[in-house]
Design a protein around this ligand. Structure first.
Ligand SMILES: Nc1nc2c(ncn2[C@@H]2O[C@H](COP(=O)(O)OP(=O)(O)OP(=O)(O)O)[C@@H](O)[C@H]2O)c(=O)[nH]1
Ligand SMILES: [Mg+2]
Length: 465
């Protein structure tokens, strides 16, 4: 009897071990399966190219390298013959890993030197007014823009508290809150608690927000399914596409914004780390700059495989070549060394862009014929819905093509964070961030385009900082 129960015990122990081992094997197999599912093989873009081939059929012809002019300057601007080429102005060479190291070095070197305020304007003339005299302060023609939903009341509240402390408490520029639905009384009341600057609460006219009727819903659906299969965030979210299109082209046409020239865009849950002691808008005005940014990074190439081809097609139509600014930021736009896969998947665009959740700009640049006509062309192509073109790459491409690059300003002195990226200046007034950190996740450092911006677009920088 005793022997039988001992045998039973031994058998049940063996069974237990077998069950544990079996479960372990099943768990490993399942993990492997899901891991492989979540991995995207970006090197095999055949399917993707087939899908986006819709746009490519009649459009883009790759630049002919032998064309005179391309070798030296990297561009040809002639009617029907607009071409750009990356000419590698700093003769960088090596694997993408080596280029990343080099570019990161350029970035880190920049942060070693203490950043003061810009030198290309007499900053003493644009200091904050005496708080007693704030009501009679002559402001620039500018507003703070926040596109938000009622549900984001807490997030935008946190941003405004930091923004007021860093900048606007000293200047009291008016806020314009915009929404595709009416703002609730609760939202308005909460905002008024965070600042006593003037506030307007605006509902966006439907025609500036809604998806245009010419978009083919069936095609949109299949394209978005393909994007979702590539794990592209928000691909299946119609409102996100509306938002990207709105910020790309229509925000500056909102009736309540017509009275303003300059804007500063803010978003929910962003942080400002520095004490800004000069009037940023008057700085733009005084220097004639059209745009300012803090973070500059690569985009997800799958979201915009046809943006550059569509743009080249446009520039080669009629006399559209004339809009291109000869001192544009072309080399930054075309850089193909740090993340060559991006460039290969987009017909030549690096995907480098200014991160537009922070932007300070001159709306008259966007309202101007060069940008606006190009935007209308992009809009008609349907890419805001058949792909997921973001407002950041659209603004950036427009600026790189149609603005003089010296009029685009990196606000190196403004500490800023929108998860997961930041600009953390080496300045006395910056607190709560680590100088020179690009992302709170180290593995995202390869997404930084700033090395390329510094090398290719910041000529004469010593006059600015
Ligand atoms: N009113 C309104 N605002 C929106 C809508 N979608 C986005 N926004 C706002 O548009 C801005 C950009 O949207 P986000 O969702 O932050 O987009 P994102 O910055 O690309 O994505 P995250 O990395 O998740 O922040 C934010 O200020 C949002 O509050 C919408 O459908 N309606
Ligand atoms: Mg955001």
């Amino acid at each position: 009897m005793l022997m039988i129960s001992a045998l039973n015990l031994k058998l049940s122990k063996i069974a237990l071990v077998i069950i544990v081992l079996f479960n372990l094997v099943v768990a490993i197999v399942l993990m492997e399966y899901f891991w492989n599912l979540s991995k995207i093989d970006y090197s095999n873009t055949t399917n993707w190219k087939e899908i986006s081939g819709y746009f490519n059929k009649e459009g883009y012809k790759p630049a002919k390298i032998s064309t005179p002019g391309l070798e030296g300057s990297g561009y040809v601007l002639e009617p029907g013959n607009v071409q750009f080429k990356f000419i590698n102005p700093k003769a960088k060479s090596g694997s993408p890993e080596k280029i990343l190291q080099d570019n990161d070095y350029v970035y880190q070197e920049m942060f070693k030197n203490k950043i003061t305020e810009p030198k290309d304007m007499d900053i003493e003339t644009i200091r904050p007014p005496d708080p007693e005299k704030i009501n009679s302060y002559q402001r620039a023609n500018a507003t703070i823009i926040a596109l938000v939903r009622n549900s984001e009341v807490s997030g935008i509240g946190r941003s405004i508290q930091k923004f007021e402390k860093s900048f606007n408490g000293k200047f009291k520029y008016p806020y314009t809150f915009i929404n595709d639905a009416p703002f609730s009384d609760k939202f308005k009341a909460k905002m008024r608690k965070f600042s006593d600057a003037p506030m307007e609460f605006v509902e966006i006219p439907r025609q500036l927000w809604d998806k245009p009727s010419f978009i083919d819903s069936e095609k949109e659906k299949s394209m978005m399914l393909a994007l979702a299969r590539h794990n592209v965030a928000y691909a299946m979210k119609p409102s996100y596409h509306n938002m990207c299109r709105f910020y790309s082209g229509n925000f500056y046409n909102v009736p309540e914004l017509q009275k303003y020239k300059y804007y500063w865009r803010i978003e929910p849950d962003v942080k400002f780390y520095s004490d800004i002691r000069y009037d940023i808008f008057k700085y733009l005005q005084g220097t004639g700059k059209v745009y300012g940014f803090t973070v500059n990074l690569y985009d997800i190439d799958e979201t915009l495989t046809t943006l550059w081809p569509e743009t080249l097609k446009y520039l080669n139509e009629d006399d559209n070549f004339k809009y291109v600014n000869e001192n544009g930021a072309f080399q930054w736009l075309l850089e193909n060394q740090q993340n060559p896969k991006k460039n290969a998947n987009t017909g030549g665009y690096s995907t480098c862009h200014f991160w537009s959740n922070f932007e300070i700009g001159d709306m008259d640049f966007f309202r101007g014929e060069a940008y606006n006509k190009w935007f209308q062309h992009l809009d008609q192509s349907g890419g805001f819905y058949y792909e997921r073109w973001g407002d950041a790459p659209v603004h950036s491409m427009g600026l790189a093509l149609f603005a003089d690059k010296s009029k685009i300003h990196w606000f190196r002195d403004i500490g800023y964070f929108h998860d997961p990226y930041l600009n953390c200046p080496n300045s006395d007034s910056t607190k709560n961030c680590k100088i020179g950190t690009f992302s709170r996740w180290k593995h995202l450092n390869d997404q930084n385009c700033m090395g390329s911006w510094i090398d290719y677009s910041m000529e004469g920088m010593e006059k600015v900082y």
